[in-house]
Design a protein around this ligand. Structure first.
Ligand SMILES: [Zn+2]
Length: 441
């Protein structure tokens, strides 16, 4: 069979999307921006009136989008609004009709006052201009446990008593961005797929219909395969997003610029054990770069990240997260060591067995360094499963995946789960890899 070519980077990204604006703009002076772009003091009463007025505007915006009410939607824009902004809203209202949503709405969040770009404020000649901290709150029907929230870089203006939409354009100088969902990138194709005892979702666009159908067909078996490895303690459902462009891939990966990547899994920070905003996002070239076999492997890999998200913390070593997901991805594939880890095998035959685990920075390196990082991480987990059993590998994951691991903690984790310290682990793993690669230990 053909040599299996692997996707170089498949990274679990946990994002705190709601913190970006607040963190960057902390310390900005408080106050509304008047029609000359200057900062003016605001009273509590004025703040309340402003918030009430804009909240009502956001409610009308939500209703018009959900009802696909063209006239109602067009009435919400300030005369100064870019016609392209109006057209985009009309188009996304139409696209949203095909999306199974259990929740969708805009809300104002408390936070530091955000400045309005002075030239924009100047040009409006409005009574008042405001850049409220707005998020889009949404959830997919049956496939999300609760809503997720994403930033909207909204600017609104008041003329007399009437608030209206001015812009949702990104404002890089104030670190404001508007998250764009699949419906912002054209008409959507949606597949709802029964998995476990619930429903998974695949969403993308007409240009990727074949790939969307293939993922939908793969999903039930992939969910079962991951459950067979990690157990039934996860939701057994997922939302897969197939991006039609690099811009859509970046937006749906929460702003991470992903090049040379087939897929990425994102999620909100875990709160009270609940995971929201989990999305497996496939890039625009995934359909071309994945075969039937590698597509299933990548899907199982990403679903493993989804399944383990609630026990996976920020800063955990990537060799454990990616090695475990790759082990799960290849589990049951029947592929040999040489087929799964060709780059590592060649290096080991030429230069001897590995002596160190891959560093986090190796995984993003791309090229052979990135390939070796993934293959090395997979081999570490495959070694543990082979010599100690899969239940021990599960315990090892729980020990390492909760957060950052320093050398002392690492040594203790290996000893507690395998009965050997780090040095002994590295030696035994290296010998196993050499044996598998047909190289002298
Ligand atoms: Zn991964």
């Amino acid at each position: 069979m053909a040599v299996l070519r692997r996707s170089p980077i498949l990274i679990l990204r946990a994002t705190a999307a709601l913190c970006v604006v607040a963190a960057v703009l902390a310390g900005c002076s408080s106050g509304a921006v008047d029609d000359r772009g200057g900062s003016v003091p605001v009273t509590a009463v004025a703040d309340d009136a402003r918030t009430v007025g804009v909240a009502a505007l956001l409610d009308r915006w939500t209703s018009a989008l959900r009802d696909n009410d063209d006239a109602a939607l067009r009435s919400l824009f300030d005369p100064s609004a870019d016609p392209a902004f109006v057209d985009r809203e009309v188009a996304r209202a139409a696209s949203l009709q095909d999306v199974p949503l259990s929740d969708f709405g805009y809300e104002i969040e408390p936070g530091p006052e955000v400045p309005v770009e002075p030239t924009l404020a100047d040009s409006l000649d409005a009574t008042e201009v405001w850049a409220p901290n707005v998020v889009l709150r949404y959830a997919y029907q049956d496939s999300d446990i609760g809503p997720t929230r994403r930033d909207v870089a909204l600017v609104v203006a008041r003329r007399g008593d009437t608030w209206a939409l001015v812009s949702d354009a990104d404002v890089p100088q104030y670190a404001r961005t508007t998250w764009r969902g699949p419906w912002d990138f054209g008409p959507v194709v949606v597949r709802r797929v029964p998995t476990g005892s619930t429903t998974s979702l695949v969403i993308g666009h007409e240009g990727q219909r074949d790939f969307i159908d293939a993922l939908a067909a793969d999903l039930p078996a992939a969910v079962d395969a991951v459950t067979g490895f990690v157990g039934i303690g996860w939701s057994r459902r997922a939302v897969l997003v197939v991006a039609g462009s690099d811009a859509e891939f970046t937006s749906n990966a929460n702003g991470s610029v992903l090049t040379d990547v087939a897929a990425s899994t994102i999620a909100d920070p875990v709160e009270n054990g609940l995971v929201t905003g989990q999305r497996v996002v496939f890039g625009p070239t995934a359909a071309d770069r994945l075969t039937d076999s590698t597509r299933r492997t990548v899907l199982q890999h990403e679903l493993t990240h989804v399944a383990t998200r609630s026990i996976t913390g920020e800063g955990a070593p990537l060799w454990m997260l990616e090695g475990y997901a790759d082990y799960s991805g290849y589990r049951g594939s029947g592929l040999t060591f040489e087929q799964i880890a060709p780059t590592l095998a060649a290096v080991v035959r030429a230069a001897g067995p590995p002596r160190v685990l891959a560093e986090d920075s190796d995984f993003a390196a791309g090229g052979s360094r990135g390939a070796i990082a993934y293959e090395s991480a997979w081999s570490a987990c495959a070694f543990v499963a082979d010599r100690f059993g899969e239940p021990v590998l599960q315990n090892l994951y729980r020990r390492f995946a909760a957060g950052p691991v320093d050398p002392t903690v690492r040594d203790r984790a290996f000893s507690a789960t395998l009965g050997i310290g780090t040095a002994e682990f590295l030696e035994q793993w290296g010998a196993w890899v050499a044996e598998q690669a047909g190289a002298p230990a």
